[in-house]
Write a protein that binds this ligand. Structure first.
Ligand code: HEM
Length: 162
């Protein structure tokens, strides 16, 4: 049985959730991690569709339309996943009294991911209106942003270094 939060003095303000609460803690944490993973599938794949849209020749409207339909469906699917991923994280924080600089840094980086998600919505709108001005190389670098943030956030979540 993993140690309940707080036994190592880090993680929350010292009171321990009573044994009867622990099952809910583990269910919330499992849901948090599952929705984070699902959200990241979209955060990784949507910019990849943008790379293909930026490379699609102007005259191939059928291919562009197919990619746009995929991107719209993915954005609609990944938005509630992001809300649930962050919602369960905040629920854990509030319900179990976690504390520590790691959690503040992690939440700030989660905010960066949420802004990245919303900006993908803006870029999708521009592609749909034929107003995209960026090339596929720019989207390839853009695609790496969630990967870099993921490594830092997961390290903060697991190691709680400060
Ligand atoms: C609003 C943003 C977020 C909040 C408030 C939040 C809060 C939390 C809390 C309180 C825990 C429990 C820590 C523990 O019991 O050790 C946790 C676990 C975790 N979170 Fe988040 N989280 C957020 C976003 C994220 C994001 C964006 C990711 C992934 C990139 C993530 C990945 C994880 C992982 C992997 C764990 C399990 C850590 C472990 O068991 O050692 N979280 N989160």
């Amino acid at each position: 049985m993993p140690p309940a939060p707080g036994r190592d003095g880090r993680g929350h303000s010292g009171h321990h959730p009573s044994k009867s609460w622990e099952p809910l803690l583990f269910i919330l944490k499992a849901l948090h991690i599952c929705f984070v993973m699902s959200w990241f599938a979209g955060l990784f794949y949507l910019p990849r569709i943008f790379v293909n849209l930026a490379m699609a020749p102007e005259q191939s409207s059928a291919e562009r339309e197919r990619l746009l339909v995929m991107a719209r469906k993915l954005y609609r699917f990944m938005t509630p996943l992001g809300i649930l991923a962050l919602g369960f994280g905040l629920w854990l924080w509030v319900a179990y009294g976690y504390t520590g600089g790691w959690l503040h840094a992690k939440t700030a980086l989660a905010g960066v991911l949420a802004l990245f998600h919303l900006f993908c919505g803006v870029l999708l709108g521009r592609f749909a209106r034929g107003e995209n001005t960026r090339g596929h190389v720019w989207y390839r670098y853009f695609n790496e942003v969630p990967t870099l943030v993921m490594f830092v956030v997961v390290y903060l979540a697991v190691a709680k270094p400060f």
